[in-house]
Design a protein around this ligand. Sequence first.
Ligand SMILES: Cc1cc2nc3c(=O)[nH]c(=O)nc-3n(C[C@H](O)[C@H](O)[C@H](O)COP(=O)(O)OP(=O)(O)OC[C@H]3O[C@@H](n4cnc5c(N)ncnc54)[C@H](O)[C@@H]3O)c2cc1C
Length: 394
Amino acid sequence: MADRQDVVIIGAGAAGMMCAIEAGRRGRRVVVLDHAKAPGEKIRISGGGRCNFTNIHAGPKNFLSDNPHFCKSALARYTPRDFIDLVERHGIAWHEKTLGQLFCDDSAKDIIRMLLTEMKAAGAVLRLGTSVQSVERTPTGFRTITGEGPIESAAVVIATGGKSIPKMGATGFAYRIAEEFGLPLVETRPGLVPLTLDPGQLESLKDLAGVAVEAEAKSGKTVFREALLITHRGLSGPSILQISSFWREGGDIRLHLLPEVDLLAVLKAARKANGRQAAQTALAEHLPKRLAQFFADKAGLANRALADLSDKVLDGLCLGIRDWTIRPAGSEGYRTAEVTLGGIDTRALDSRTMQAKDVPGLYFIGECVDVTGWLGGYNFQWAWASGFSAGQAA
Ligand SMILES: Cc1cc2nc3c(=O)[nH]c(=O)nc-3n(C[C@H](O)[C@H](O)[C@H](O)COP(=O)(O)OP(=O)(O)OC[C@H]3O[C@@H](n4cnc5c(N)ncnc54)[C@H](O)[C@@H]3O)c2cc1C
């Protein structure tokens, strides 16, 4: 006898598990398929193992999409407070780290355990190690062909994520299914990803690898103020990951280091108090020492006594620090990207339910959809919210 379900969910990540919980609670017979050996692998490694599971400030402004209004409905239907309530019902301790970002006190595995417990209570069945070959239309719904045989269902929810970190099982499966069913795609690219530099730039920055500093990173009109990290491969740290989602090949990144410090005033005061002091020594009161040296060298002022430097010269030195322009060679790509920008074109989906407008019964949720959050818990909030919305309808 054919395996019959109401809802087949492909992908046991954040979005797929949330959808399974909600559909199961509505009394739907739900099976979740995943080719991986364990569910929620990205949850497990997220937030440095503590899962930045939401952001209390999450709103449509924190998401990138070709269709910026699309995410509003789902985000309003399932809010950060809803997820916090769930976490608290399971006795999981959490804290706000910074900028509204909520993390588990203990381990990201607590979130996975919570989702599995809720799925079980809702009667949803999880089948791991199950490869999915194809999804076909039938007169009554869909037939999902798996390595273990076909499954018939009224609804199919695609929750297989994006292309980031292929080593962890990311496949691009959702895009293939979308194309097969005639849904349009928005071009995909890596997001929240370190940026790389060309060999010449790397050579000039080689003494700075490992240096971190607070910075504003700007691409076009978009600015993020968070930590910047210089690495052996290029630029990283939260400010760079954030801006990477807005940066395009060939564009410049403009960095304003220590934006909260008036370095010109600092240098002038140092010149008055101790004119024999070298420029880099005065800068190193605020900037990491290696950066202070780098900018003094760059301006040709290393070891020059402050007393010998005019206001104009000092301002030139500060300008290099408040408007340090770098043209990245590229990004580290999907290998290390936290998310995939682009994906299923939201114009083909119903924003309340995530159902394909022209294919009743077929849903797309989570990262495979062209809705991508900033760094800071927004991407999980989108996974929960889109999974919840589809779970109310599928
Ligand atoms: C290192 C890292 C850290 C991150 N940290 C955070 C964070 O702290 N906060 C935050 O908000 N976001 C974070 N993110 C982003 C977040 O993990 C994703 O946005 C989120 O997991 C997307 O959820 P999803 O359910 O759509 O997809 P996924 O979590 O990617 O789940 C997709 C599932 O589908 C399965 N699958 C894929 N293809 C197939 C197939 N063909 N057949 C069967 N199964 C398949 C996969 O095995 C996987 O289990 C991080 C990402 C990375 C890579």
